[in-house]
Design a protein around this ligand. Structure first.
Ligand code: SAH
Ligand code: MG
Length: 192
């Protein structure tokens, strides 16, 4: 039998950073409440959040991009197990190589944390006029607002980039953002 619990366990055992439970609950409730139908996700991992979003309603379609081959193959398998092949279009590539013509009600940014401004800039034109961009992991396990000094250089770099992204959203003239302390920190961004 296929079940979401098994995906959650697989992710835990293999250190795959899928969304935290209250974060994914917020996201799926948002989709339901705002009647969202077309979703673009940057960063599929093993397909967990794409499957969760798709299961909100049977007329929802998700396009999702994953660059890591092993995770992509695992995602394909999971999507097939859930019988969602006809509603989830998974692309195996680096998101920066992809040009999409479609527009979406929701763009979910959940890939490399140091590239969020670039993802936002690249895909904002694929957002419907009244669409929303949701970004995950803005707290980065509490590190964005925590003690900075003892972190490794690599983690410091990510934290600094996430802070830049938060500033970028706050100062954005075209978009306004609500920051929500749920899961690992979520930003909800809409056109002004
Ligand atoms: N959204 C998933 C978790 C994604 S984890 C869930 O909650 O279930 C982030 C994923 O983004 C990783 O698997 C990583 O390989 C992928 N990724 C990072 N940078 C990327 C890029 N530039 N293009 C495509 N995928 C990327
Ligand atoms: Mg995430």
């Amino acid at each position: 039998m296929v079940c979401l619990r098994r995906l959650e366990e697989y992710a835990k055992e293999n250190n795959i950073p899928i969304m935290e439970s209250d974060g994914i609950e917020y996201l799926t409730n948002y989709i339901k409440k705002h009647n969202i139908k077309n979703i673009l996700e940057i960063g599929s991992a093993i397909g967990y959040s794409a499957i969760k979003m798709c299961l909100v309603n049977n007329d929802i379609k998700v396009t999702t991009i994953e660059r890591d081959e092993k995770r992509y193959l695992q995602a394909i398998k999971n999507i097939e197990d859930f019988d969602l092949k006809n509603r989830i279009n998974i692309i195996h590539d680096d998101a920066f190589n992809i040009e999409l013509k479609d527009t979406f009600d929701l763009i979910f940014i959940d890939a490399a944390k140091s590239q969020y401004i670039k993802f936002f800039e690249k895909f904002k034109n694929n957002l419907n006029n009244n669409g929303v961009i949701i970004s995950d992991n803005l707290d980065f396990h509490g590190l964005v607002n925590g003690d900075y000094e003892n972190l490794s250089r690599n983690v410091k770099g990510i934290v600094r980039k996430l802070k830049n992204y938060i500033e970028y959203l706050k100062e954005n003239k075209e978009f306004s953002t609500e920051f929500i302390s749920i899961g690992d920190g979520i930003a909800v961004t809409k056109r002004k």
